[in-house]
Ligand binder design. Structure first.
Ligand SMILES: [Zn+2]
Length: 433
């Protein structure tokens, strides 16, 4: 669904985007330990001729052997009848094997090379206006817990599984058109795991079904458009707790926390106290940005194996939950998740917005001095450009630039740019300050 994705083209937005990073650790994104292969390129010509409308992903996960069997359903509309092949991104790795594919219900030949799955469309006759593809594949067994986008990890002696696909790594564990400019309208995740584990994913939990050998299948449905890099799994015998948000219109939405440790004896000690600020942050950001964009579903955190956060849609993966980080990742739900940069050349818009929003949270609790303190602590006057010419590797998160480059004079402009971004109606009723 391409229409939900916006590339920001207006220069005033830069005032907002040149902001700070989340936790006072310069370049936290860039230091994420990415081993991202430099395989990002624009969508292929053939990919540009189709618009994905739906993904249905089924995984049968075997943590003991660090393996899963995957089955994926893809629906797409054909937008250019000159198309000859369907092409989906999937890395060529020895542990990632495509077993079979079908096209509109019939078996079809495929080629998996060059980090693409290619399926030829019938040469004769008119091209279909829409296609449905099924792809069966396997992942693993893999060794140990090397950092990969799909991680077989452990915590406190128990299996922990988590994913991290930003920026280019959804294709490292499931076939997809892996570009943020083409979101499916919706997505289903059906994930089967040992019965002691809880699968956490995007959207709302539809069902939990018992299966063979005490295993369980969790079905999550994301009913809003979602970029592939925001699709997440976090799987562990979690403690599950939370709160509730009530909109001004009276709609209720769960706030769900999936944590390693009991909230009554949290580890680290500040976990619970900072998590519990999420509700107030929601109300604050709703006031600033408009209604929470995934109100029919949820917002929450799931702990994972990294020491920072990732704004997966409706369910942030959370490590080291400082107050600033909790606010930053929540703010991404509006910018990054609901509104997504069409390309990573504009990543500073996601990160600048969220970093700035965290400062606004501190302003709401500590006043103007707190806001200025946060902003000034992150001002950046170094080199570099905020537009990323070649977004072929993790440099899209270049430290200092995409989140921090906001000099003090610009602070005064934030109210204008910020409110324009939040609500176009403000263009008419709220002059610059
Ligand atoms: Zn961020």
């Amino acid at each position: 669904m391409k229409s939900q994705v916006f590339a920001f083209l207006f220069p005033w937005v830069v005032l907002v985007a040149q902001s700070m990073e989340p936790d006072g650790k310069p370049g936290s994104h860039a230091q994420r330990g990415f081993t991202v292969a430099s395989i990002q390129s624009p969508p292929t010509l053939e990919q540009q001729k189709m618009d994905v409308t739906y993904y249905g992903l089924e995984l049968d996960i075997r943590p003991d052997s660090k393996f899963f069997a995957g089955s994926l359903q893809i629906r797409a509309n054909i937008e250019d009848t000159s198309i000859t092949h369907l092409e989906f991104d999937l890395r060529n790795e020895s542990y990632l094997l495509v077993a079979s594919a079908t096209l509109n219900g019939g078996s079809v030949a495929f080629d998996h090379s060059g980090n693409l799955i290619r399926i030829a469309l019938p040469a004769a006759g008119p091209k279909p206006t829409s296609v449905e593809v099924h792809i069966d594949y396997t992942y693993g067994p893999v060794s140990a817990t090397n950092y990969r986008p799909f991680n077989f990890d452990s915590h406190l002696g128990q299996d922990l599984i988590w994913t991290m696909s930003q920026p280019y790594d959804a294709r490292a564990w499931w076939p997809c058109k892996d570009y943020p400019a083409d979101k499916p309208d919706s997505m289903d995740m059906r994930v089967t795991v040992p019965g002691n584990m809880t699968v956490v994913s995007n959207g709302r939990l539809v069902s939990i079904q018992d299966g063979e050998d005490g295993r369980k299948t969790f079905h999550w449905h994301e009913g809003y458009p979602i970029a592939t890099y925001l699709v997440s799994l976090a799987i562990y015998p979690y403690f599950i707790w939370g709160d509730e948000y009530v909109s001004a219109a009276g709609d209720t939405m769960p706030i769900e926390f999936y944590t390693f440790t009991d909230p009554d004896s949290p580890e680290p000690w500040y976990l619970t106290s900072n998590y519990l600020k999420t509700k107030d942050m929601l109300y604050t950001f709703v006031d600033l940005f408009g209604e929470y964009p995934f109100l029919d579903e949820k917002y929450g955190h799931a702990e994972w194996g990294l020491s920072y956060g990732m704004e997966h849609q409706t369910i942030t993966s959370m490590g080291n939950p400082t107050e600033r980080r909790v606010a930053h990742e929540l703010a991404h739900q509006w910018r990054g998740d609901m509104i997504t940069c069409a390309t990573y050349q504009h990543m500073r818009l996601n990160e600048g917005f969220a970093t700035h929003a965290a400062a606004l949270w501190f302003e709401s609790t500590g006043g103007t001095a707190a806001y200025r303190d946060k902003m000034n602590s992150l001002a950046y006057y170094g080199s570099g450009t905020i537009y990323i010419d070649v977004p072929t590797n993790s440099n899209v998160f270049r430290p200092g630039i995409c989140q921090r480059r906001l000099g003090a004079p610009h602070v005064e402009a934030r109210g204008w740019g910020f409110n324009v971004l939040s609500n176009p109606a403000n263009l008419r009723r709220q002059p610059p300050i």
